[in-house]
Design a protein around this ligand. Structure first.
Ligand code: PEP
Ligand code: MN
Length: 340
């Protein structure tokens, strides 16, 4: 439920409501807008009557949120959430490109890629140090060494870092190195991992599970917000369908759907979403036209030699020429590619 307070409500008055709600077992989330203070209270609705909050003179109205997701919903917060990462803002007018290899493979590979994608207009360097692979015999990532290489590439290029955390035990370690924690598609409903990243001060990008519905995905984000971390970003990366020409079916309708149901930013990953580098540029344009706040894209110095996902990785040249086209599209839409 949402409690909208009247203009001019004092801190003491907010405190009084908080205490009453707390006594009835509600969890409280405060959202201080420019105009109004909105309190989100999650708990047993049948206890609400006894509280009779509307009788308090500084309460404007009490509105139940009917959807199962509460904190994630537009009802809880009408304005878009803007996530500040250094000088970058995700979720506003800026469009961010998070580009880099599927996996961090070597010092040369990650440094070379960082410089190339930065030059073309990326603001974030992506790269997996811990890789969730379908086969136990496939390259599993460089682990801590991969994180150190990412940090070195950040120093050298000025890019921010986004990398995946796959294990509850590694959240602190990965958070020490990265600017954004990535939760991979396979872990979208790993509730223990979600609760752990909820304790971090770093923003979390939550990828959609390969067979997750919009509601399941939003409920996963709810776990992170309920745990205290309000800096959540959705990432559409395609779902499993009967189609097998593409690796996944990129569901771009999720971008406007999420934008209407939620206040959180939305990123699209056309690399995992298609599995084919030749489709990446077109799907990137479509994602931006649909209202995405950014793109997560795989770029590799030599895709044919990549240890993972070479088939869906762009070369430096292809990434740079895509970015040229995107700049034109973004300005036609009244937005701006931040790094370009
Ligand atoms: C990735 O982005 O590196 C990745 C493994 O993607 P996903 O979790 O979407 O499969
Ligand atoms: Mn990959």
């Amino acid at each position: 439920m949402i409690i909208v307070l009247k203009r001019g409500t004092t801190e003491d008055q907010v405190q009084e409501i908080s205490e009453r709600l707390d006594q009835e077992g509600f969890k409280i989330h405060l959202s201080q807008g420019v105009e109004k203070i909105i309190m989100g209270a999650v708990g047993d609705r049948s206890r609400l009557k006894a509280l009779d909050l509307e009788a308090l003179p500084w309460v404007e109205r009490v509105v139940p949120i009917l959807a199962p997701y509460k904190l994630v919903s537009r009802e809880f917060q009408q304005e878009d959430t803007i996530i500040q990462v250094g000088e970058h803002q995700i979720g506003g007018k800026e469009i961010h490109f998070m580009a880099g290899p599927c996996s961090v493979e070597s010092r040369e590979q990650i440094l070379e890629t960082a410089h190339a994608v930065k030059k073309a207009g990326a603001t974030f360097l992506r790269g997996g140090a811990f890789k969730p692979r379908t086969s136990p015999y496939a390259f599993q990532g460089l682990g801590k060494e991969g994180l150190e290489l990412l940090a070195e590439a950040r120093e050298a290029s000025g890019l921010k870092i986004i990398t995946e955390v796959v294990d509850v035990r590694d959240v602190e370690l990965v958070a020490e190195y990265t600017d954004i924690l990535q939760i991979g598609a396979r872990n979208m409903q790993n509730f223990f991992l979600l609760k752990e990243v909820a304790k971090s001060s770093k923003p979390v990008m939550l990828k959609r599970g390969p067979s997750a519905t919009l509601e399941e995905w939003m409920m996963a984000a709810e776990y992170i917000m309920d745990g205290g971390n309000y800096q959540v970003i959705f990432c559409e990366r395609g779902i499993r369908t009967f189609e097998n020409y593409t690796r996944n079916t990129l569901d771009l309708s999720m971008v406007p759907a999420l934008k209407s149901l939620s206040h959180l930013p939305v990123i699209v990953d056309p690399s995992h979403g298609t599995g084919r580098w030749d489709l990446v540029s077109s799907m990137t344009k479509a994602a931006i036209a649909a209202g995405a706040d950014g793109i997560l894209v795989e770029v590799h110095p030599q895709p044919e030699k990549a240890l993972s996902d070479g088939k869906q990785s762009l070369t430096f040249e292809n990434f740079a020429s895509m970015m040229e086209e995107i700049r034109v599209l973004a300005s036609a839409l009244g937005r701006r590619v931040k790094g370009a």
